[in-house]
Design a protein around this ligand. Structure first.
Ligand SMILES: Nc1nc2c(c(=O)[nH]1)N[C@H]1C(S)=C(S)[C@@H](COP(=O)(O)OP(=O)(O)OC[C@H]3O[C@@H](n4cnc5c(=O)[nH]c(N)nc54)[C@H](O)[C@@H]3O)O[C@H]1N2
Ligand SMILES: Nc1nc2c(c(=O)[nH]1)N[C@H]1C(S)=C(S)[C@@H](COP(=O)(O)OP(=O)(O)OC[C@H]3O[C@@H](n4cnc5c(=O)[nH]c(N)nc54)[C@H](O)[C@@H]3O)O[C@H]1N2
Ligand SMILES: [Mo]
Length: 783
């Protein structure tokens, strides 16, 4: 274990620290000499799409953009470490489960398909054909296709996702839980109802002209480092950048661009946020409503004074519905409630409102700090209400900008990875392919866990991801997976989901983005869609990690052929001979992908139509809707506080700088000043005192939920931090055991990972349970 150090970090994000960190990771991963060439090919027209995040590239044709965390993601895939059958054969699964997630990750790339052998409790190699035949036999023996679940993580390409949903629907179910259910689902749900489309309207060039950029619940310095380049340019030209975040994130404060030689040589940096509002966790709806209230008050005053109105009356009249009722509801909300629930003062909110009013064009960005609450959908609709007031949707430099996570999570949805598919889409599948797809809605992620727990589902298939660790309520989820008759994972590396398996279990290793994919017609490229709806090509440049690996489209197609056989209407094996054939089918199903093969070969790719960006409102009302929402005052945390003497905190689970979701690269969180430890709890100094504890003490966390289940996560180091009182932050996934399965966003069912009511007490060591609990909830064995 490396040494634990807690040391406030006052430098900028980026800078030399970022370069040093990349060098360290390249060395640790033992990336081959051509590793540098690999990094230089990320996001290049003839290279691969960076597996790091979904932030777009300048036309995908620019010169290399340095990104520390993109480089780590690439290095993790291009590593020289190999988890061969010989290596894995040395351990029983019970032994492997005793190790940390980081240790599993460091075993390296999987090289062979494997099947769990019950007699020896080991994963042993199996031939591809045999694996497909056995999985197919299992699927065909189920009394209903709805017994099986087909999970997707957001890294797979459009081609793989399209074939996957096609296979699963021809097989007969819409059971598509996906990572999006835990991520930006509320963004899609909120905007689809309100604006008619579930995607952001903004493109990269809008960042060049926006006069204000508001950033809610997002930490781009760590999770979307290339976004800092855009923010830096905007700050330099004088745009207002306003952050709303309970934590003062370094990347939102100062940034040194490693690409700017002068800035680097002179140890300079650029201020990013012009204003920073440290609101309470879950306080965004109240804060935005305060800004709206300010806007409407200023407007009313202007009206009384006979001055020009500050809201866009023409836009409201022509394009929206519900304004009068909405304005009346806002007027009825008291400043008291708004201040208490947001944790900001009226003066601060008026200031924020005035920044909004002074800017001719405003972009609103948001991330997981907004989407992982009970009231996420309402909060996002409040953000869109704010934009609508001054016509900030559908014109240059303005609009909503949900910043997506996984590099193709948006594309996977576009391709039909959705448990509630639209009837028109299913009609198209039927017409193009000639089979009748299932119409009944399937399970989302929470529904999938519930269905495994009560035995409705018995089979789990994962295309990427780490379901056992990414999902809420770790104990329940693990029980759910272990109860399955079959678990199968398509993956690049070993992770905990492969160790928390069903009675029969397979690991199917696939090619990564960085690798050359050879099929019958030669080397293939795939396509992805970024967070701003640009679709472009991605082609690997490295030799595969093992000659045994198959591409994701090939795995899906061969499994489909094995399962559906003669009864299939789809020429599976022919389709994967040349991915142009898959793209032609995609074009036949989605009008927006017309002429797909030609348009995607134009450097930079093409932009998908966005109706809201064109001010066409495709919801049933045919208008952008003002949606009134009261500031919530009866959330689980309010209820948990009522009548309890002991302080009840709101815990947000968040990412460190050294992780990619459940993939842990290291134990440092440089910008937050934490080194060598992940089990930390960020807490206000006065709260530590009130608990009668001291910084550096170890504590246990217990979540409070009305379902009567006791959920405890043990042994976290108290770190005194600049965070509002009553609010806590700790890392995901160590804290997932605290997120109740029954606690999710209204309408969107996203687990409430950013607002868990918890109590905190001195750590109570648990003798004897050591290894068993390590197996169950993935605690770290300290090597
Ligand atoms: N290097 C790296 N890149 C990644 C990822 C990764 O793990 N590592 N993950 C990818 C994925 S899948 C995603 S979805 C994105 C996630 O990227 P982000 O959306 O940035 O995700 P988080 O780090 O979970 O949390 C974001 C921020 O929300 C703040 N926050 C917490 N609660 C609240 C609240 O109630 N209100 C407000 N306003 N803020 C709050 C936290 O302080 C934190 O700064 O990044 C993607 N990119
Ligand atoms: N408490 C809490 N829980 C959360 C969150 C949170 O903020 N707090 N965030 C949620 C969010 S936003 C998300 S998106 C989910 C993430 O949920 P997932 O997408 O399920 O998890 P990841 O950790 O991104 O998946 C990592 C695994 O993907 C596999 N992999 C990597 N590259 C490839 C590839 O090219 N192909 C294939 N087939 N497999 C590959 C590797 O095995 C790796 O171990 O977690 C959610 N869970
Ligand atoms: Mo995500």
């Amino acid at each position: 274990m490396s040494k634990k150090v807690i040391r406030p970090y006052n430098g900028p994000a980026g800078g030399w620290g970022a370069l040093r960190s990349v060098a360290k990771h390249l060395l640790e991963q033992d990336v081959p000499v051509h590793g540098a060439r690999t990094l230089l090919s990320a996001n290049q027209p003839d290279g691969f799409d960076c597996p790091g995040c979904a932030w777009p590239d300048r036309d995908h044709t620019s010169t290399f953009e340095f990104c520390e965390n993109g480089a780590k993601a690439v290095a993790a895939e291009a590593t020289r470490h190999r988890a061969t059958p010989e290596l894995l054969g040395q351990y029983t699964v019970a032994e492997l489960a005793g190790y940390s997630d980081q240790w599993l990750e460091n075993l390296g790339r999987l090289t062979h398909p494997m099947r769990w052998d019950a007699a020896s409790d080991r994963y042993l190699p199996i031939a591809w054909d045999e694996a497909f035949a056995r999985i197919a036999a299992h699927l065909n023996a189920l009394d209903s296709p709805d017994r099986a679940l087909f999970y997707t993580s957001g890294r797979c390409s459009n081609e793989a996702a399209f074939l996957y949903q096609l296979f699963v629907r021809e097989y007969g179910t819409n059971n598509f839980p996906d990572c999006s259910n835990m991520c930006h689902e509320p963004s899609g749900t909120a905007m689809k109802a309100q604006l008619g489309i579930g995607k952001g309207t903004v493109q990269l060039h809008d960042f060049e002209i926006a006069e204000a950029i508001l950033i809610f619940g997002q930490n781009p310095g760590t999770n979307h480092p290339r976004m800092l380049g855009e923010l830096r340019k905007a700050a330099k030209r004088g745009a207002a950048i306003v952050s709303f975040n309970p934590l003062r994130e370094r990347g939102l404060e100062r940034f040194a661009d490693p690409q700017d030689a002068l800035e680097m040589l002179h140890d300079g940096s650029t201020r990013i946020s012009s204003d920073y509002f440290q609101l309470r966790i879950g306080g965004d709806l109240a804060a935005v409503k305060g800004m709206i209230k300010r806007t409407l008050e200023v407007d009313a005053q202007a009206q009384r004074d006979g001055r020009e109105r500050v809201i866009d009356l023409d836009f409201i009249a022509e394009h929206t519905q519900g304004f009068e009722a909405f304005a009346a509801e806002v007027a009825g909300e008291s400043w008291d409630t708004i201040e208490t629930e947001s944790g900001l003062t009226r003066a601060q909110l008026e200031r924020a409102g005035d920044i909004y009013l002074q800017a001719k064009s405003v972009i609103c960005c948001w991330g997981m700090g907004i989407t992982q609450h009970k009231h996420s959908v309402a909060t996002i609709q409040m953000l869109c209400n704010l934009l609508l007031l001054r016509g900030n949707i559908g014109r240059p430099g303005a609009g909503p900008c949900p910043v997506r996570g996984h590099s193709n999570v948006q594309g996977d949805r576009t391709m039909g990875i959705y448990e509630k598919p639209a009837p028109e889409f299913l009609d198209r599948l039927r017409d193009v392919f000639g089979f009748e797809p299932p119409r009944e809605h399937g399970h989302d992620t929470v529904g999938a866990i519930e269905a495994m727990l009560d035995g409705r589902c018995t089979t789990f298939f994962g295309l990427g991801g780490n379901f056992a660790t990414a999902t809420p309520d770790t104990e329940a989820t693990h029980r759910a997976l272990r109860g399955c008759d079959l678990t199968v994972h398509v993956t690049t590396k070993l992770n905990r989901s492969h160790l928390v398996h069903g009675r029969d279990a397979y690991i199917l290793p696939c090619l990564g983005r960085t690798e050359i994919d050879i099929q019958e017609a030669g080397a293939q490229a795939v396509t992805v869609e970024d967070s701003m709806s640009m679709v472009h090509l991605s082609a690997g440049i490295n030799a595969p990690a093992s000659p045994e690996l198959l591409s994701e489209p090939a795995i899906v197609a061969r499994l489909a052929a094995a399962t559906l056989g003669e009864r299939s209407k789809v020429p599976w094996l022919w389709l994967i001979g040349d991915y142009d054939r898959i793209r032609d089918r995609i074009a036949a199903v989605f009008d927006d992908f017309h002429d797909f093969n030609r348009r995607v070969r134009v450097p930079g790719g093409f932009h998908l139509t966005n109706s809201a960006a064109q001010r066409r409102w495709t919801n049933p009302e045919g208008k952008a809707l003002f949606k009134a929402h009261a500031v919530p005052t009866d959330l689980p945390v309010h209820r948990a506080r009522a009548g309890r003497e002991q302080p009840v905190f709101t815990l947000a689970t968040t990412r460190s700088h050294d992780q990619y979701n459940t993939t842990i690269y290291g134990t440092n969180d440089r910008y937050r000043g934490v080194f060598g430890e992940r089990r930390v709890l960020f807490i206000h100094r006065d709260d530590i005192a009130e608990l009668g504890l001291q910084a550096g003490d170890w504590v246990d966390l217990e979540s409070l939920c009305e379902d009567g289940v006791q959920r405890i996560a043990r042994r976290f180091l108290l770190v005194e931090y600049n965070i509002p009182r009553g609010c806590l932050a700790a890392y995901y996934p160590e804290t997932n055991a605290l997120v109740p399965l029954s606690s999710f966003a209204d309408e969107a069912r996203t687990p409430t990972s950013k607002s868990i009511p918890v109590i905190v007490y001195a750590h109570q060591p648990q003798p004897a349970q050591g290894l068993r609990s390590a197996r169950d909830i993935g605690l770290v064995r300290i090597d």
